[in-house]
Design a protein around this ligand. Structure first.
Ligand SMILES: Cc1ncc(COP(=O)(O)O)c(C=O)c1O
Length: 482
């Protein structure tokens, strides 16, 4: 493909994308395919001779679309949202064209420089404490990780490194191998599975803290566990608190947990993967109170801030803590440059697991400028209002119950009675392919999660989704045995 054809095909592709998104609600939201469906639709080996573009694009509808779950359909209510907006998609196109790597400042100055400033912009939108903002006199700053999972892992590694140094400072004879088995990390029993994975990769024990009636961790139970573990000779060193848990969007009490962590010299990381975006709205910002006690904080603009995957923003109180993780690893000669860690710039490869890094801040720059803070706030508020609308529909129907407080864009609900009844309802919903949701377990109950996901979801979609759910419920309750 030469530049002239790229110009033509690129314009056609933008038309295809715009049409796809404009007409997405006409497609069944969930694909009707069986595992292995794709293998029989394409050759068993890659083509030896080049094919032409028409043949490739023709196969998009034949091969690709039948297997697509349409996350941006307004009838998609599963998991949490994955963000999408036209400005972010356009920025991603340009990122593809620039196509460079930004592992060090020198490898591509703009990638590092725009990222530092965009993380400051976003940090200020969230009213983060000054010490997290790079452009102040603090020692902190922000970085874009690929996912919240990577941010959590980096925080575990940084905390582990710091804890080992602290123990060795007071007990110089102790080796790392002696200290590691004594280190204990903590997180909520409702935390995302990626938190436990981080401890597995970090080679440290992680304990789950039981939650209260709102599926949140409070100071009391946490403190009790710490006392028991310290008495047993263990060294508590890390807590991952969650703001907006995955099952029910619960909020750990960070104003209670933070002072405990600070007093015990433990690292507190806050995972606000989904809910973090809402803190740009003053009415939701109080939920972030206590962030001043945290060593690191992370959320995903790629979930709820109209910035397509991947873009997970993380701030640390002290840059040196995170950079310290890899300071003993090799510093190849070809990566050295004269501005290294000059205080003005940083080499972001030292803040993350992979070496390579894309120009992800370009998406944030486009999105912030083209929506403005007010446009982004309007998006969050609209989606929360839609969740409230759905909640009222559920509450008005005596056959159903709400299972957790609705604070943001997630509604947890179930049919009253046995778990089997709600399980059957979900099975019928999934088979219908008209709307799509996933379940969770709360206090031993099988619960449906209804998350407002697509940017284009409106009241009429919510009303239609509820009509569909009640129609399927009516059919189930007519059946013998129910
Ligand atoms: C609270 C929480 N943390 C972490 C994650 C994982 O996010 P990522 O896919 O960015 O690793 C999720 C995903 O939904 C989540 O809800």
């Amino acid at each position: 493909m030469d530049a002239a054809e790229f110009r033509r095909r690129g314009k056609e592709m933008v038309d295809y994308m715009a049409n796809y998104l404009a007409n997405i609600e006409q497609r069944p939201v969930y694909p009707d395919v069986k595992p292995g469906y794709l293998r029989s639709l394409i050759p068993t080996e890659a083509p030896l001779e080049p094919e032409n573009y028409e043949d490739v694009i023709k196969d998009v509808e034949r091969v690709i679309m039948p297997g697509v779950t349409h996350w941006h359909s307004p009838y998609f209510y599963a998991y949490f949202p994955t963000a999408s907006s036209y400005p972010a998609m356009l920025a991603d196109m340009l990122c593809g064209a620039i196509g460079g790597m930004g592992f060090t400042w020198a490898s591509n100055p703009v990638i590092t420089e725009l990222e530092i400033v965009m993380l400051d912009w976003l940090g200020k939108m969230l009213k983060l404490p000054e010490h997290f903002i790079a452009g102040t006199h603090g020692q902190g700053g922000g970085v874009i990780q690929s996912t919240a999972s990577e941010a959590t892992l980096m925080s575990v590694l940084a905390a582990r490194c710091k804890a080992i140094q602290q123990v060795q400072a007071s007990n110089p004879g102790q080796s790392e191998a002696e200290i590691l088995p004594k280190l204990v990390a903590y997180t909520s029993e409702q935390a995302h599975s990626s938190v436990e994975r981080a401890s597995l990769i970090g080679g440290v024990l992680m304990k789950k803290v039981p939650t209260d009636d709102n599926y949140a961790v409070g100071g009391g139970m946490f403190k009790k566990m710490l006392e028991e573990d310290k008495a047993a000779g263990l060294i508590p060193f890390y807590l991952c608190a969650t703001l907006g848990t995955t099952p029910s969007c619960g909020f750990d009490h960070i104003t209670e947990l933070g002072p405990i962590c600070n007093k015990e010299n433990m690292w507190m990381h806050i995972d606000a993967a989904y809910a973090g975006s809402a803190f740009i709205c003053p009415e939701f910002r109080p939920l972030l109170n206590g962030v001043e006690f945290a060593d690191s904080f992370n959320f995903n603009p790629h979930k709820w801030l109209l910035t397509n995957f991947d873009c997970s923003t993380m701030w640390v109180k002290k840059r040196d803590d995170i950079i310290g993780v890899f300071k003993h690893s090799d510093q190849p000669f070809y990566l050295k440059h004269e501005h290294q860690e000059s205080g003005l710039v940083t080499d972001y490869r030292n803040w993350q697991i992979p070496h390579g890094r894309r120009f992800r801040s370009l998406k944030l720059w486009f999105v912030f400028r083209m929506y403005g803070i007010q446009g982004l706030q309007a998006h969050i508020r609209k989606q929360v209002a839609l969740a409230k609308e759905f909640e009222s529909l559920v509450r008005a129907d005596k056959r159903f119950e709400i299972c957790a407080e609705v604070i943001m864009g997630l509604v947890c609900f179930r049919l009253k009675g046995s778990n089997q009844l709600t399980e059957l309802l979900l099975k019928r919903i999934t088979e219908s392919r008209e709307i799509h949701l996933v379940p969770c377990h709360l206090s031993g109950r099988f619960v449906l999660r209804f998350a407002i996901c697509a940017r284009t979801t409106d009241s009429r979609h919510i009303q239609q989704a509820w009509r569909h759910i009640t129609q399927l419920t009516f059919e189930i309750l007519q059946e013998p045995n129910h």
